[in-house]
Design a protein around this ligand. Structure first.
Ligand SMILES: CC(C)(COP(=O)(O)OP(=O)(O)OC[C@H]1O[C@@H](n2cnc3c(N)ncnc32)[C@H](O)[C@@H]1OP(=O)(O)O)[C@@H](O)C(=O)NCCC(=O)NCCS
Length: 290
């Protein structure tokens, strides 16, 4: 591998202006560099011999739960490898053996990331609501606030499913575990809309989908169908109801993210028309010396 004509600096402060500037230079969406983060982000910078910023890895040490997770951007695979060499050295010296990096979909350096031992685990994408058309959403409909209690038995389905093989994501999605306990408080807020699918004489709720509208692009945060009712189009009907609801309000896109190690979710979101924008890649190093 040719040595990059860059020098790696850090860890040091990376300003928001540097992150925005690099994202623009590389034609990346600003989200891929985690620009929602505050100005006080530290990390490693690759500076070219001409003094230009060629790449960076953000060290998320400010958020203890996400230490070792770096948003990054680099002009070439070599720049990425040089940056990661510095970041990995510092992370392992701090006892951090799991490294996570968010990479824009289709970025030419994905291959370099994979060859450094990373595999992707989480995908981020969006669905265009205009494409939904006006199909019938079957038994799926928006739930009123007084009906939200009926969703409670379905909420733990997600964390239970995530904990199983082959997903194996029991601890990292802390949000989901906390949500099992606090779903009602969360779902009853003005920002959240919940769709449900009612079935049978008893009117059992067999599936739900919840959207958080707080951000400019609303996010599908939760979706689950009772195991016995899966594969019958209920998830699809919930998605249609959500699409129609969003389109009627002039919301052009809905965001969603999921574990790529969750085959049900992977197939379901692809079928729903999600366009992937980025993936979170992860590498866990065995700390035992060879
Ligand atoms: C992901 C999930 C919500 C999908 O719900 P679902 O009701 O099974 O979804 P659908 O029935 O609409 O679609 C699933 C499959 O059934 C098929 N299907 C739908 N209606 C059908 C019918 N009448 N006859 C035969 N197959 C049918 C769909 O084509 C789809 O096939 P595919 O997997 O090959 O694409 C559900 O699997 C689930 O709850 N999983 C566990 C929790 C989870 O992973 N949630 C997502 C977290 S991000």
């Amino acid at each position: 591998m040719a040595l990059p004509r860059i020098r790696v600096h850090g860890p040091e402060l990376i300003t928001r202006a540097e992150r925005v500037g690099l994202a623009r230079t590389l034609g990346q969406t600003e989200q891929s560099l985690d620009l929602s983060e505050p100005a006080h982000v530290s990390g490693w910078k690759a500076i070219g011999t001409d003094g230009t910023l060629q790449g960076l890895i953000v060290d998320d040490a400010l958020r203890p739960a996400m230490v070792g997770q770096g948003a990054w951007a680099a002009s070439t695979s070599e720049v990425f490898a040089a940056l990661y060499t510095s970041a990995a050295s510092a992370w392992t010296a701090r006892g951090i053996w799991t490294h996570q990096i968010t990479v824009r979909d289709g970025d030419p350096i994905e291959t370099a990331v994979a060859s450094l031992g990373f595999g992707h685990q989480q995908a981020y994408g969006a669905i265009r609501t205009q494409a939904a058309g006006h199909k019938d959403a079957g038994g799926a409909r928006l739930l009123a606030r007084h009906e939200l209690r009926r969703v409670l038995p379905l909420v733990p389905l997600i964390s239970t499913h995530q904990a199983k093989s082959p997903v194996f994501a029991p601890r990292s999605d802390r949000f989901l575990r906390e949500l099992d306990a606090s779903f009602l408080d969360w779902a009853a807020t003005d920002e959240v809309v919940v769709f449900g699918h009612v079935e049978g004489d008893e009117g059992d709720l067999v599936g739900f989908l919840a959207i958080d509208t707080a951000e400019s692009v609303p996010e599908i945060v939760l979706a689950a169908v009772a195991p016995i009712a899966r594969g019958r189009g209920i998830g699809g009907a919930l998605m249609q109801a959500a699409n129609a609801w969003a389109a009627a309000r002039g919301i052009p896109k809905l965001r969603v993210d999921w574990r790529t190690t969750n085959p049900d979710a992977q197939r379901f979101w692809m079928r729903a028309g999600v366009v992937v924008s980025a993936r979170r890649w992860s590498r866990t190093i065995d700390p035992e010396p060879m």
